[in-house]
Design a protein around this ligand. Structure first.
Ligand SMILES: [Zn+2]
Length: 167
């Protein structure tokens, strides 16, 4: 039987904790499960809140430290989200599809047409003399919601201008 993605992540964490002489605390594995089940981009604060909802008695500091550990072991990726709080995603999820980041509302969304792995399978996209372990593809721009509200705002300003001219 093959290991489920969650089991694989548990093994990855176990290996990392052992290799770095850290303690195998139960909390770390519970936080891993919660992050895994979130199935979305999350901030440390969101992860903390999810842990609370699950009835896990951990401090914010524990959640933040555990997240750093996940990041070092390659379990999660800190996403490049300029101008906002740190946002994270499970590495395996980041490889499932390209990410879109709206620089107006600072929200991530995903784009499902092709997985990152499939995109990087193209020979021309594989750099020579470099073995990549994981990857994200992130497009920066403006989401439709923000675009529409920016356009509406522009129209409103133009209407105001026109009114003033008439007076
Ligand atoms: Zn937006």
């Amino acid at each position: 039987m093959t290991a489920t993605p969650l089991e694989e992540l548990r093994n990855k964490l176990r290996t990392y904790v052992s290799e770095n002489g850290l303690r195998h605390t139960q909390e770390r594995y519970r936080i891993l499960e919660i992050a895994y089940n979130a199935r979305r981009v999350f901030t440390p604060e969101v992860l903390y809140e999810l842990a609370q909802e699950e009835g896990l008695q951990v401090s914010r500091a524990t959640v933040y430290n555990t997240l750093t550990l996940f990041e070092r072991s390659g379990i999660v990726l800190r996403l490049p989200s300029p101008g906002t709080m740190y946002q994270y995603l499970m590495t395996f999820q980041a490889e499932q599809s390209p990410l879109l980041f709206c620089t107006q509302c600072a929200e991530f969304s995903t784009y499902y047409r092709k997985s990152v792995k499939a995109i990087l399978a193209e020979k021309e996209l594989r750099p020579p003399r470099f073995t990549h372990e994981h990857a994200i593809i992130c497009l920066y721009g403006i989401c439709n919601k923000c675009k529409k509200s920016a356009e509406a705002q522009k129209r409103a300003i133009e209407r105001e201008k026109a009114k003033k001219k008439k007076k």
